[in-house]
Design a protein around this ligand. Sequence first.
Ligand SMILES: *Cc1c(COP(=O)(O)O)cnc(C)c1O
Length: 342
Amino acid sequence: MSKKDIAWSDLGFGYIKTDKRYVSNFKDGKWDDGTLTDDDMIIMSECAGVLQYAQTVFEGLKAYETKDGKIVTFRPDLNADRMIDSAKRLEMPPFPKGRFIDAVKQVVDANRDYVPPYGSGATLYIRPYMFGINPVIGVKPADDYQFRIFATPVGPYFKGGAKPITVKISDFDRAAPKGTGNIKAGLNYAMSLHAIVTAHNEGFAENIYLDSATRTKIEETGGANIIFVDADGNIVIPKSDSILPSITRRSLAIVAEKYLGLKVDQREVTLSEVMSGQFKECGLCGTAAVISPVGRINDHGKEFTFEAGMESMGKVTQKLYDTLTGIQMGTIEAPEGWIYEI
Ligand SMILES: *Cc1c(COP(=O)(O)O)cnc(C)c1O
């Protein structure tokens, strides 16, 4: 097999149709055997549950080539677990963990030629998702579901270096205290679109959402968890039941403790301590960027610029970034069970 003729480094974060995708259907109370298919189209009832009441959850992970030419994914078992949690919260039948991991492997293997070469910075983005597919008009969970995984090559997140961004404190809420903020559901993104378009129109790269009950505590952005570095160089992670448990952030916490010897404190973080300069560095964590440095926060016109400034990542953020990407790319030894070879 040979790699597709794609300008890997020029790729953005967009959809490109690849050769194969995985489909399994839930009908009569059970999942069928599932299969790979060429067919990228979905035909469903005009009244499908997903179209009427947004009964859908998803995941996101990457496959990539390591330095020694292996194709791997990073901790797909945690994506499987999280999708089970998401499905249960929306009254959907969980897709079994073992089958999820196997399906990820099948999709990556069938699209090996689309896995960008080591060093290009590009990756194969993998999107598992499931949705209610039978007609639902009275409000209730669907009876039938479809689980799918497709893969699409995406470009390097940082083209020409990781420049710190300016983020605003949003006037909108992302998640209610006992809501769905802690699961990966499409509905959380639908309601964030107006907030992100508003932020972009005002010249900000992202929104930081506060806890919706008191609007005093830091939660996360629309699609990434937040970490801070305190004055002693240790890591502080905001704690809240309505934050989506990012696999990148949980992995970075382990990297910080086990590889860099830093302390990691997960606790409530108030907006006022951030704006009064308690932290030296700030980063946004997620699969796409690993860590994206935040240089400045704007709270209704009041600005705070982190010590690392607007030109480059802070020192600790950079170490975390280098260590985790080194683990992912096979240049630093990974903890047991983190890397799945395809
Ligand atoms: C997916 C997601 C993240 C990042 O999670 P990773 O597992 O690290 O990719 C963070 N916040 C939200 C709201 C998300 O949907």
